[in-house]
Write a protein that binds this ligand. Structure first.
Ligand SMILES: Nc1ncnc2c1ncn2[C@@H]1O[C@H](COP(=O)(O)OP(=O)(O)OP(=O)(O)O)[C@@H](O)[C@H]1O
Ligand SMILES: [Mg+2]
Length: 215
């Protein structure tokens, strides 16, 4: 369970949001639905441990992750995966290397990494793509690489920041169904950001509106 308590964030003396509280139970699919600039990305970055907060705290299964101005548990120890708004794939690495880098860092052997990679590529519909360069892929394929890279370490929680917003409608419809299927198969808790009401309703077990400062 993630417990967000009275969280506030300030950038350059301006409050982005204030006193935001939310409890996310295991296995829930929460969709955060809010206007541009209301702090959705900022909130996800705080949950991932990439950003501190001005006030409040974040706990995971009663372990304190973040509190007022302090990141207590660093991102790599949280077991929280994130699919970034801009994907943040490594352009100089091949698809397979992008997906398995985290396993390599963890010390998994090459043979096991290869097996995990093959399974993952199949799961996200990218069989045969392991040796391609990221820049050779379409937007939808890159999105699948980003998903695979997050899923392969089997996080308990996955944060997705508008993962389908840059794709055309047809592809977005297909991928959102795949995300739902993967969530049901792996059972991770999902916190998903979108501007698209229909996408929110399709994916969510609960929709939360973040009322931040509007632009
Ligand atoms: N590193 C930063 N330094 C200063 N201000 C920032 C920083 N990151 C974000 N902000 C500001 O905080 C506000 C919230 O930004 P954030 O990216 O969280 O919004 P968002 O809800 O994700 O928007 P979008 O829907 O456009 O992605 C914005 O006004 C933004 O300009
Ligand atoms: Mg954002």
């Amino acid at each position: 369970m993630i417990r967000i308590e009275n969280l506030s964030k300030i950038y350059n003396n301006e409050k982005i949001f204030e006193n935001f509280s939310l409890i996310i139970e295991r296995g829930e699919r929460i969709v955060l639905f809010a206007k541009s600039g209301s702090g959705k990305t900022t909130l996800l970055r705080m949950i991932a441990g990439l950003e501190a907060c001005a006030a409040g705290r974040i706990l995971l299964d009663d372990v304190l992750l973040t509190e007022e101005k302090k990141i207590i548990v660093p991102p790599e120890q949280r077991g929280i995966g994130m699919v970034f708004q801009d994907l943040a794939l490594w352009p100089h690495l091949r698809v397979g290397e992008n997906i398995t880098l985290a396993l390599k860092v963890k010390g998994m052997r090459a043979k096991e990494r290869q097996l995990a990679l093959e399974m993952m590529l199949q799961k996200v519909g990218l069989e045969g793509f392991a040796d391609k360069k990221v820049y050779e892929l379409s937007g939808g394929e890159q999105q699948r690489v980003a998903l695979a890279r997050t899923l392969i370490v089997k996080p308990k929680i996955i944060l997705m920041d508008e993962p389908l917003s840059s794709l055309d409608r047809e592809l977005a419809l297909m991928l959102r169904a795949e995300i739902l299927q993967l969530q049901q198969e792996y059972g991770f808790t999902l916190l998903y950001v979108t501007h698209n009401k229909e996408e929110a309703e399709f994916l969510a077990t609960r929709i939360i509106e973040l009322k931040g400062r509007e632009k």
